[in-house]
Design a protein. Structure first.
Length: 161
């Protein structure tokens, strides 16, 4: 029997909501990717966060991850994140640089405000050529906040894990 992990990065809680739903429906373990320097989670400061995220992206920064993440014990790893500037946050590049996902099955999911996955599922496949990448789940931000139980259930059924 495969062991599942839901690994996610979230600032405003939308990717976290989807991650928690996936974990609830699969019985998977749940782990947050925590940055050493936390991002401002106050939505009133959205423009400042967006500008900072763009600067990280433009400068190809790799924000440090605070917590040690155990991937060794897992066969299937769901990886979730919000979309920032039409791609995933730079801390995901840190994750893929730091951990070897060879032989793992990676199942991406993300939240967005209209950009779907922005091509990030293909980016994950390019960064992790020795992992199997399954069909991802893009969830619009408001849908994640209002409840995504049905969308997650249909997606999980389609994956046939």
């Amino acid at each position: 029997m495969s062991k599942n992990l839901v690994l996610y990065f979230s600032v405003y809680g939308t990717a976290k909501a989807v991650a928690e739903e996936i974990a609830a429906q699969t019985g998977a373990d749940l782990t947050e990717i925590e940055p050493v320097i936390p991002y401002d989670s106050n939505r009133a400061n959205y423009n400042a966060l967006a500008a900072y995220a763009k600067k990280e992206h433009d400068e190809d920064r790799r924000p440090a991850i605070k917590n040690e993440i155990n991937i060794a014990d897992y066969d299937n790893i769901f990886i979730g994140y919000p979309m920032w500037w039409y791609t995933f946050p730079m801390i995901l590049y840190t994750l893929f640089d730091a951990y070897d996902f060879s032989g793992k099955t990676l199942i991406p999911f993300n939240t967005h405000m209209g950009s779907s996955d922005g091509g990030t599922y293909k980016t994950i496949a390019a960064l992790e050529p020795n992992a199997k990448i399954l069909k991802g789940l893009p969830v619009e931000m408001s849908a994640a906040e209002q409840g995504c139980e049905k969308a997650v259930a249909a997606w999980l059924t389609s994956l046939d894990l």
